[in-house]
Design a protein around this ligand. Structure first.
Ligand SMILES: *Cc1c(COP(=O)(O)O)cnc(C)c1O
Length: 426
């Protein structure tokens, strides 16, 4: 089930007024829904002492949303300098931030060490020698290679660019231990948008096994294992949701088993993005043109700059025509398109929707994660605003729409010309 009935019941009665005030297009996020999902996640793992979710900032990098995450007691998973800056701006410090970068620059490492540092999650053994210093607490991202298969979005671990290989992982910990590290974590991320909870259970099992092996070899203890993000959400109306309860029970069983055997267990960390905010956002856009050629194209006032997933992954996003029930209106098959000069700029292809007139409002669902954040500016298309439907029913602007001045901002620079001397003629 895409957008929840509760979100609908909160949003639809006020939507006309919201549009009259803010104008389309916009993404709007549901604070109540986000908090509910966050609490459910914490409840699921409440028996695991020290469980922590590090919200994957890249899914929805908006400070107001990140404040909600902080209110839930979550930390942040970052992979770039601006994401670190954002996390610190909303008050996160030190071990409330996990820095999981890949192909990392020296400048990014320097930023990671600033301002109270963070948990460093290294993506390669060669990076040990390139760090400004070896922190007391250190983590590696593990890539199991052919030992596991990933899912469609992430692909096969063996082909993926991420993580430390199985053959190198023991040496990696040996090396940092020798250089003075005394606290250890282990991380992996193997799937994306996976609704089969068994994947996550297998990942937890795999990490506990690796932790057990390395602990034995090096006489160390792991403070935490981090199973990454990748929890899936139902984008299609008939998709069954991920079974969080069973996932929690089975993972709990694994940790209890570890604890019985060793007298302690690492803490469980997780870094969900999509699962936390995905279903709690929609893109609201108005039909502005209707074009009947070989197909019927409904042109809307948003485009790929607001939501890339259909264009780049062929992803399905459920669409409702505001005020037109699919059961009571005559349907027609249409393409819902943006204005980019790219034929992939379509929110839906040959979708049966209630007959749309110019001026109708379309609700494109499940845009709360990897939606606005992924948008680009190709074709000088600007990104829309973001709104928050707050717990008390108020609607606030949490990011304004881009303007041409934003687009031109990088053209405002100091002249800088390098004129090399012409090579001498012999
Ligand atoms: C993208 C990403 C996440 C979040 O993924 P979701 O599918 O949104 O849960 C978590 N960890 C890392 C390292 C990532 O790159």
């Amino acid at each position: 089930m895409p957008m929840s009935n509760e979100f609908k019941q909160r949003l639809y009665p006020i939507l006309k007024d919201v549009i009259a005030h803010f104008d389309t297009p916009f993404h709007i996020y549901d604070e109540t829904g986000i908090e509910k999902t966050g609490r459910a996640l914490m409840y699921t793992f409440s028996k695991l002492h020290g469980f922590k979710e590090y919200f994957a900032v890249k899914a929805l990098p908006n400070p107001r949303i990140m404040e909600i995450m902080r209110g839930l007691g979550f930390g942040f998973d970052c992979s770039s300098t601006p994401e670190l800056i954002l996390s610190r701006k909303v008050g996160a410090r030190g071990e409330e931030i996990m820095f999981t970068s890949n192909n990392t620059t020296q400048a990014e490492f320097a930023a990671a060490f600033e301002d109270g540092g963070c948990i460093l999650n290294l993506d390669d053994i060669s990076l040990i020698d390139r760090l400004p210093a070896i922190p007391e607490l250190i983590c590696f991202r593990y890539n199991p290679g052919p030992r596991r298969t990933g899912n469609a979005i992430i692909g096969n671990p063996e082909e993926a660019k991420y993580g430390v290989s199985h053959d190198q992982i023991l040496d990696a910990y040996r090396k940092v231990k020798k250089r003075g590290a005394s606290r250890f974590g282990l991380h992996t991320m193997l799937v994306s948008n996976e609704r089969d909870y068994a994947y996550m259970v297998e990942t937890a099992r795999m990490l506990l096994n690796i932790a057990e092996w390395i602990s034995r070899e090096l006489r160390i203890r792991f403070e935490f294992v981090n199973i990454g993000g990748g929890l899936g959400i139902p984008y299609l109306p008939d998709d069954p949701p991920l079974d969080l309860k069973r996932m929690g029970e089975e993972i709990l069983g694994l940790f209890e088993g570890f604890s019985k055997k060793h007298g302690y267990a690492p803490k469980l960390y997780m870094e969900s993005g999509r699962y936390m905010t995905g279903p709690h956002g929609v893109l609201v856009t108005t039909a502005i043109n209707r074009k009947d050629i070989y197909r019927t194209h409904i042109g809307v006032d948003a485009c790929m700059s607001a939501l890339m997933r259909p264009g780049i992954y062929g992803a399905y996003h459920h669409i409702e025509v505001f005020g037109k029930d699919i059961k009571q209106h005559p349907l027609e098959k249409v393409d819902v398109v943006g204005a980019l000069c790219e034929n992939i700029d379509k929110f839906a292809i040959q979708r049966e929707l209630p007959k749309i007139e110019t001026g109708d409002v379309l609700i494109i669902q499940d845009t709360g994660a990897h939606g606005h954040a992924m948008g680009f500016n190709y074709n000088a298309r600007l990104r829309p605003k973001e709104l928050l439907l707050e717990k008390d029913g108020a609607v606030s602007l949490i990011r304004r729409e881009e303007t041409p001045a934003d687009y031109f901002a990088t053209l405002d620079f100091k002249q800088d010309v390098l004129r090399l001397k012409q090579p001498q003629q012999p």
